[in-house]
Structures are given as C-alpha cells and as structure tokens.
Design a protein around this ligand. Sequence first.
Ligand code: ADP
Ligand code: MG
Length: 257
Amino acid sequence: MGTEVKCDSVSAWYGSKLAIRDITLSMQPNQITALIGPSGCGKSTFLRCINRMHEVIPGGRVGGDIFVGERNVYGNGADPVKVRANIGMVFQRPNPFPTMSIFDNVAAGPRLTGKAKRSELKDLVERSLQHSALWDEVKDRLDEPATGLSGGQQQRLCIARAMAMEPGVILLDEPTSALDPIASYKIEELLCQLKSTYTVVIVTHNMQQAARIADYTAFMLAGSDFVGELIEYGETKQLFSTPHDKRTEDYITGRFG
Ligand code: ADP
Ligand code: MG
C-alpha cells in the first residue's frame, strides 16, 4: 500500500537563489503522478525536497512542509536518514554500485540498516528482483557484477534496490531518458504494476510518457524571475485534453519548452 505525499507551500533555495516557490500538491497512494515542465523549472529540485536530498547540496534550503502519511518529513525530530529509507529514489542515469554484484546491490540497503536478518535477505532480494521484473533475466548470475547488465536492466536493478527497503513512496527522475525505446517501455510497464504497492512520482520531459502512464499530472513552469511554480495539476486525461491554464495549453501543444 502506498503512502500519500502532501506538499504544503514548498519552496527551495540554492544559497540565496530561490528555485521553486510555494508548491502545494498531494500525490495519491496507488497512483502515478507525473511532473512535467520545461528544463530548469525545478522538477528535480522539487523531487529532491520530498526525500530531504535537497539539503545535502551546499546552500540547499527548503521551506514549507511535506507529509508522507502522518509524518512531517520536515517536522522537529524527523530523521533524514529514516525519511530517505522510506522514500526510494531512482535517477536518470542508472547508478548501480559498480563494485558490487547484482545480489549485493539489492541487499546493500537492508544490510546497512539491519532491516533484514541474514536468513531473510535472500528472500527479500528475490522478491525485489521479481517485483522489478528482472528476476528471470538475472537469477542465474546474481554473483556477477551489476555493471555487466544492459542500461535498462541496470535501471530495473536500481528500482529493485529501492524496493528492497520496502518504501511507501518511489520517486523517479527521468528514469528512461538514457534508455532505448524497448527498455523504456519495460520500465513504463513496470511502473504501472508498481503503483498497486507504492505511491509513484515520476519526473519526465516526455509528454507522451506522462500521458501513457500517469494518473495525475502536475505542470511546472518558471516565469521571468526563473523561479519554478506549479501551474496546473489534475487528472492526466483532463490536463492534456482540456487544460485550465493557457500556459499549460501552450506547453502541451509544443509552443514552448
Ligand atoms: P529541472 O529538473 O526542471 O530541469 P532543476 O530542479 O534541475 O530543474 O533546476 C531548477 C533551477 O535550480 C534551475 O535554475 C537550476 O539552474 C537551479 N539549480 C539546480 N541545481 C542547482 C545547484 N546544484 N546549484 C545551484 N542551482 C541549481
Ligand atoms: Mg531535472
């Protein structure tokens, strides 16, 4: 079961530079929410606020509140390490741990946090690889280095690695933009299955992809002050067919960005 993510007036800075302003938006459990918008409008920044990765960047600061389920991610006493463990993240370039085997890539998180006993680890790794639709392709080579996998397989391995932590939420930042169409399609299919278990949030610059897989879509845009804002949010079908805002319409019809 996924967990609702409720963002309330979220702003983020790089040093003194405001990058996103006042974003209020909820992502629903068991749905895919897509974040779209032109390059530089703050999609990645916003995503990194959700799992407290933004503050890792020197000068990175976040305002507002984000609730994941009942928990305020930015509340007093919230532990960023625990927050990150409960929110999986997948990046544009597949980034498996290069010196580790396929098995160890998936087992690394649970080992580090002591989440799974040694006897449970094998099951957890298998389950995660099953869920990421990679098991059949790797079950006979679990001890081989992860870097021997194709790009698409590496990306599914990264998804398995995130899932091994059994998070409530999984964030993906343009997860298919470095992949060929067939590998991309496999990831899209996978995400559509994963939403029965997780809250899925995906940044994509590919509007067809958002239209294909997302239940809800959020359109972001930076104005003349270069500060990213949420322009429109709604059911994907509605947003693409009858956008309420002229700027959304201009973007989805290819007039800018
Ligand atoms: P998007 O993912 O939509 O392309 P980003 O979140 O990467 O947008 O960037 C939003 C704004 O924040 C841009 O103006 C970008 O230049 C700025 N920015 C991103 N990362 C950094 C950083 N590490 N330091 C300073 N500014 C940054
Ligand atoms: Mg980005």
